[in-house]
Design a protein around this ligand. Sequence first.
Ligand SMILES: [Zn+2]
Length: 266
Amino acid sequence: MAGVFSYESSEIDWCEDNYKHSENVVEFFNTMSSFIFFIISPIMLYLLHPYAKERNLAIHLVWVMMLFVGIFSAYFHMTLSFVGQMLDELSILWVLAVGYAIWFPRRLFPSFIKDRSTFSRLILVVTVATSVSSFVKPTVNAYALNCFGLHMLYILAIEMRCCTDQKALRLAKWSVALWILAISCWISDRFGCGFWQRINFCYLHSIWHILIVIAVAYGSTLIAYLDANYEIPYSLPGLQYWPCDKLALGLPHIVLKGTTKTLKRC
Ligand SMILES: [Zn+2]
């Protein structure tokens, strides 16, 4: 049993050389780059707070879970242990499940589901069952991950086809570009390692960590923005970038130009 916690008990080993910079850290740069989660997540929690306060505080769970992804990712790359791998993969499933439960459009719920709390409870049951069965058969997690992720992507694509909001369209384009770039780094590190080792550049998985956090910030803000337009339209949601809104540079977030009071007055 203790074996699952031991160093290198996972079957996965990324391209970076092991124990190159420290005898306690298996993959030094992959571990260090996981700390990007601890920088971006608190900023996003702060930036999205006005929207979460108006819509539902449960929205904060997405970036709270992202903090856990960072913790488990750092632990996994530090040890390459089987438990580290499981925690890293499962925390990603939980981020997707939380996003799916809170942002899946209400109008697309199946007829037997009446409200969001029933829908969320159903997703919770599926996610707990998947997490437990992953310890017996790890591929179950990958299937559930893809189901949540691809379904959200499909709905988002349909939504964007009839969208005329230029700011939302720009955010969508950047989100797609960042996701493609991030996934290319992941794939290239995994399957083209020989080449990267020959040119002595084994940092693509570290770059993936950085890109994927930014891609999640872009993608989730886009989904949140569309959600805000449906669920809290009276608050007049808009898109802004921090720290530089003029150049649309930095982290996207939602600003509410109206308040509940404006609605009541009307
Ligand atoms: Zn990683």
